[in-house]
Write a protein that binds this ligand. Structure first.
Ligand code: FAD
Ligand code: NAD
Length: 473
C-alpha cells in the first residue's frame, strides 16, 4: 500500500474538477486529482457538445423540409444516418481533445487514476493499493443516468441512455424515449427530425421543465404536434424480442404494444456519491442520500470538503459546474479560510424544437414563495420576425415584482429562446425593472420585439410607481 500526502485532493476530473484544479493551483502545488474513467469530461464526451451536434443535424433536416414553404424546391430530403453520426463523432472528438490537452499539460504527480472512496476523515482509499491523505477535498464526481435495474436486466444492451447515442455508427430505425424531461425532449426531437421512428413516453402530461401552466401547455402541445408522444404514460412491461424491445404501456386509458430497436431511458440523473463512503468522512446525508451543502461556499458543514458540479445537484448545467469547481477549488486550497462566491442568475435552456428557456424564479417558485407579481405575455403566432421565418409558435411569459417593477423571472417556449433567455437572465442579474428594460433598444424586425410586447403588456398591469421604476422618471 502506498500513501500520498497532499493539500487538496480533487475527486473527478470533469468540468467542475478541472476548474477546481485551476483554482486550487493558484494557491498550492500540492494537489492531486483522482479520476476513474477517461479524461475528456461528460460535457464533451456524452453531454452538451455531441447532443448539440446531433441537434444541429436535425435542424438542417428541418430547414430543408421547410424550404418549399418559402418557394424553394429542394426535392425529397434524405438523411444519411452514417454521415450524420460520423460528423457527430468527429466534432465530438475534437471537443474532447481540448480537455485531454489541458489535462495532459498538468504535472504527472498531480494525476492519479482510480476510484476514490473515503476510509476515514481526511483519508481516501484509491483502488486497492493507494491511500491519499489530504487537508481538504473537492468532490466533483458528476451525475449518472438513473436506470431501473429490472428494466436493465430485461432489456440488456437494448436499453440505452444518452451515454450510448453519440457512439452510434448509424441512426437506428426506431427508438422509444422514456422521460420527457430535458434529455428526453432534446434527443426525441433530434432523432425524430432525422427520420428515426420515435415514441416519447412521458409522465404527468409534461414536456420539459416549464412550470407556468400556459407555457407548459404550449410545450406539451408543440411536442405532441411534432413527435409521436404519450406524455402521460405508464410502462407496464418491457421485453426483448426479435426486433429489439417490445413495450407495453398505457396512456389515456388505453394499452398499447409497440416494438422498437431501443428503449432510451432519460428519467433523470443522480449525483454519483453513493460509492464514496461519505459517512466515513463524517458527512451526514439528508433523506434523499445527498449531503446538505452551502450553495455559496460549496462547503459541507464545517468539514474541509467541497462539493461541485452535478455532484451537488443544485443546478446541473455546464456553466454552473465550472463556477462551482472554481469556488470549491479556491476554498479547498485556502481552507480553513473560505469565501462565498455569488451565483449567477438562474438560466436553463432546452434545445428542443422550439427551444425552452427558464430564467430566474420559475412561475411555480413565485407562487410557492407567496410573491406578489404581475405577468406579461406574448404569443409568437403573429409576431413579425417569427412569421417571416415561419417559426411563429410558442409563448413567452415574463414576471415582475408588483411593488417595484423588478424582473423576477420568465418562462418561454418559442423561437430564439436561447437568446431571449440570455437577455432576460442578464437583465435579471443586473436587477433591471420592466421600465428600464423597455428603455433599451429593440431593433426592427426581430424576435426581441416579442419580448418588448410582453414587457409593454406587463408595464400596463403594474401600479404607476412600479411601472416607471428604474428609469429615473
Ligand atoms: C446528454 C446531455 C446533454 C447535456 N447538455 C447540456 C447543455 O446543452 N448545456 C449545459 O449547460 N449542460 C448540459 N448537460 C449537463 C452538463 O453536461 C453537466 O452539467 C456537466 O458536464 C457536469 O460536469 P461535472 O464536472 O459536474 O461532471 P463530469 O464531467 O461528469 O465529471 C465527473 C467525473 O468524476 C469521475 N468520477 C466519478 N466518481 C468517481 C470516483 N469515485 N473516483 C474517481 N473519479 C470519479 C467521472 O468519471 C467523471 O469524469 C448535459 C448533460 C447530458 C447528459
Ligand atoms: N440543455 C441543457 O442544458 C441540458 C441538456 C441535457 C441535460 N441537461 C442536464 O441533465 C439533467 C438531467 O436530465 P434528464 O432529462 O435526465 O432529467 P429531467 O429531470 O430533466 O427529466 C426526467 C424526466 O423523466 C420523467 N420520469 C421519471 N421517471 C419516469 C418514468 N418511469 N416514466 C416516464 N417518465 C419518467 C420525469 O417526470 C422527468 O420529466 C437536467 O436536469 C439538466 O440539468 C441539461
Amino acid at each position: 500500500m502506498r500513501t500520498i500526502e497532499t493539500d487538496v485532493a480533487i475527486i473527478g476530473v470533469g468540468t467542475a474538477g478541472m476548474a477546481a484544479y485551476q483554482a486550487a493551483h493558484r494557491h498550492t502545488e500540492r494537489i492531486l486529482t483522482i479520476e476513474h474513467g477517461p479524461y475528456g469530461t461528460t460535457c464533451a464526451r456524452v453531454g452538451c457538445m455531441p447532443s448539440k451536434l446531433l441537434i444541429a443535424a436535425a435542424q438542417a433536416a428541418r430547414q430543408a423540409r421547410l424550404a418549399p414553404h418559402f418557394g424553394v424546391q429542394t426535392g425529397p430530403v434524405h438523411v444519411d444516418g452514417a454521415a450524420v453520426m460520423q460528423r457527430v463523432r468527429e466534432e465530438r472528438d475534437r471537443f474532447v481533445q481540448f480537455s485531454l490537452d489541458t489535462v495532459a499539460a498538468w504535472p504527472s504527480g498531480h494525476k492519479l487514476s482510480g476510484t476514490a472512496r473515503f476510509s476515514d476523515s481526511g483519508v481516501l482509499q484509491v483502488g486497492e493499493d493507494t491511500i491519499v491523505k489530504a487537508r481538504s477535498f473537492v468532490i466533483a464526481t458528476g451525475a449518472a443516468s438513473q436506470v431501473p435495474e429490472d428494466l436493465r436486466t430485461q432489456l440488456g444492451d437494448r436499453l440505452i441512455t444518452s451515454d450510448v447515442v453519440f457512439d452510434w455508427q448509424a441512426l437506428p430505425g426506431s427508438v422509444a424515449v422514456m422521460g420527457s424531461g430535458v434529455i428526453g425532449l432534446e434527443l426525441a426531437h433530434a432523432l425524430s427530425a432525422l427520420g428515426v421512428r420515435v415514441r416519447l413516453l412521458g409522465r404527468g402530461g409534461k414536456a420539459g421543465p416549464a412550470t407556468d401552466p400556459e407555457v407548459a401547455a404550449h410545450c406539451a402541445e408543440l411536442t405532441r404536434a411534432s413527435i409521436p408522444s404519450c406524455l402521460d404514460s405508464q410502462l407496464q412491461s418491457a421485453r426483448r424480442c426479435a426486433e429489439g424491445v417490445e413495450l407495453r404501456y398505457s396512456s389515456d386509458g388505453q394499452t398499447h404494444t409497440e416494438t422498437f430497436d431501443f428503449l432510451l431511458v432519460a428519467t433523470g440523473r443522480r449525483p454519483q456519491l453513493a460509492d464514496l463512503h461519505l459517512e466515513a468522512a463524517g458527512v451526514t446525508l439528508d433523506e434523499q442520500g445527498l449531503p446538505p451543502f452551502d450553495a455559496q461556499t460549496r462547503q459541507l458543514g464545517s468539514l474541509p470538503i467541497f462539493l461541485a458540479g452535478d455532484a451537488n445537484n443544485h443546478h446541473p448545467v455546464l456553466h454552473t459546474a465550472s463556477d462551482d469547481g472554481f469556488a470549491a477549488g479556491h476554498n479547498a486550497a485556502t481552507w480553513p479560510q473560505v469565501q462565498s462566491f455569488q451565483r449567477r442568475a438562474p438560466l436553463n435552456i432546452v434545445f428542443g424544437e422550439p427551444q425552452i428557456a427558464m430564467v430566474g424564479q420559475s412561475h411555480r417558485a413565485l407562487l410557492e414563495g407567496g410573491a406578489d407579481f404581475d405577468t406579461g405575455t406574448v404569443h409568437f403566432r403573429n409576431q413579425g420576425r417569427a412569421r417571416i421565418e415561419a417559426r411563429n409558435q410558442g409563448v413567452l411569459r415574463v414576471y415582475a415584482d408588483t411593488a417595484d417593477g423588478r424582473l423576477l423571472g420568465a418562462e418561454m417556449v418559442g423561437p430564439a429562446a436561447e437568446h431571449i433567455g440570455h437577455l432576460l437572465a442578464w437583465a435579471l442579474q443586473q436587477k433591471q425593472t420592466v421600465a428600464s428594460m423597455l428603455a433599451c433598444p429593440f431593433y426592427h424586425p426581430t424576435i426581441e420585439e416579442g419580448l418588448r410586447t410582453a414587457l409593454q403588456q406587463l408595464r400596463k398591469k403594474l401600479p404607476a410607481g412600479a411601472a416607471s421604476s428604474g428609469t429615473g422618471q
